[in-house]
Ligand binder design. Structure first.
Ligand code: RET
Length: 280
């Protein structure tokens, strides 16, 4: 049955909570899509590609979560006592296909917003994409063995983790290697990019391991909640954090829309802005 989800029956609460969590997941992606499209102009053109990329992530995740949610609905039906398998298979494999798009794109956004350019940009983009796809497809191979948890589950999972560590090392170097060049007021937010990425991305291997830690219907509920928290933080919250950094750096550089759209500044406070080319 490929994924452990198909090996259990669910009581009313278990089934319904998973259903609600999926709905929250794709609703958050749709909401994020509106936010990123409508706020992209608040940053300098050089950073607007990051908002476009967030929109790409939102649309692809929205569709993936909608499909996975519909699979959940058709994979189980109420038999008078519990929600039991119908024969249609639920699969987490759709998630891995979605990551193919989102993982390289999320990392590319970081290079753009942190102002990485030239050879370092090209090198970073290649390492992120190659290691990202390596991590995803080895994990994808391993998840086919999660029910029996035979050797391939552990071997592919371990190889995937090596790729993950390569990505984390480069993210760390990118964040801490560039934070000093950026305006002082965004430095805490830039460091937050590292912590947010570290914590939210670690939830995915946690969800991969869930069948080994908690092999039950409740474990499935916990796993789908884990995936959803990971999706909303690693895609939506991360995208907002990068958009806020991009707007603040743009404001620092005197970008009119960034100054005008700063809701934290008192009216008339525009004279506080000490930026090149702007009268104080
Ligand atoms: C796998 C397999 C087990 C080992 C590891 C994994 C890591 C997955 C990660 C996924 C991140 C996905 C993101 C998607 C956002 O759209 C493949 C589960 C380490 C880190 C950020």
């Amino acid at each position: 049955p490929v994924n452990v989800e198909n090996t259990f029956t669910y009581d009313f609460f278990q089934y319904t909570i998973v259903s609600h969590v999926f709905t929250f997941g794709y609703a958050a992606m749709a909401a994020g899509l509106v936010y990123f499209v409508l706020t992209s102009k608040n940053s300098l053109p050089r950073y607007q590609l990051s908002s476009t990329l967030s929109a790409v992530v939102m649309l692809s995740a929205f569709l993936e979560l909608l499909v996975i949610s519909q699979k959940w609905d058709s994979a189980f039906s109420w038999d008078g006592e519990a929600f039991s398998p119908t024969g249609t298979l639920f699969s987490n494999g759709y998630r891995y296909m979605n990551w193919t798009i989102d993982v390289p794109v999320l990392l590319l956004q970081m290079l753009i917003v942190l102002g990485v350019t030239g050879a370092a940009f090209r090198r970073g983009w290649i390492v992120f994409t190659v290691a990202g796809l390596g991590m995803i497809y080895t994990g994808y191979a391993g998840q086919f063995y999660e029910v029996e948890r035979s050797a391939p589950f552990w071997i592919w999972g371990s190889i995937s983790t090596v790729f993950f560590l390569v990505i984390l090392a480069l993210v760390y170097r990118t964040v801490y290697g560039n934070v000093g060049r950026l305006p002082a007021e965004v430095r805490p937010l830039v460091k937050a990019v590292w912590w947010l990425l570290l914590v939210s991305w670690m939830l995915y291997p946690g969800a991969y391991l869930m069948p080994a830690i908690w092999d039950s219907a409740d474990g499935v509920v916990a796993r789908q909640i884990t995936y959803t928290v990971a999706d909303v933080t690693s895609k939506v919250v991360y995208g907002i954090l990068l958009a806020v950094i991009a707007r603040k750096v743009s404001k620092h550089e005197g970008h009119d829309e960034a100054v005008a759209s700063d809701v934290t500044m008192p009216r008339g406070g525009i004279t506080d802005v000490a930026a090149p080319g702007r009268a104080a």
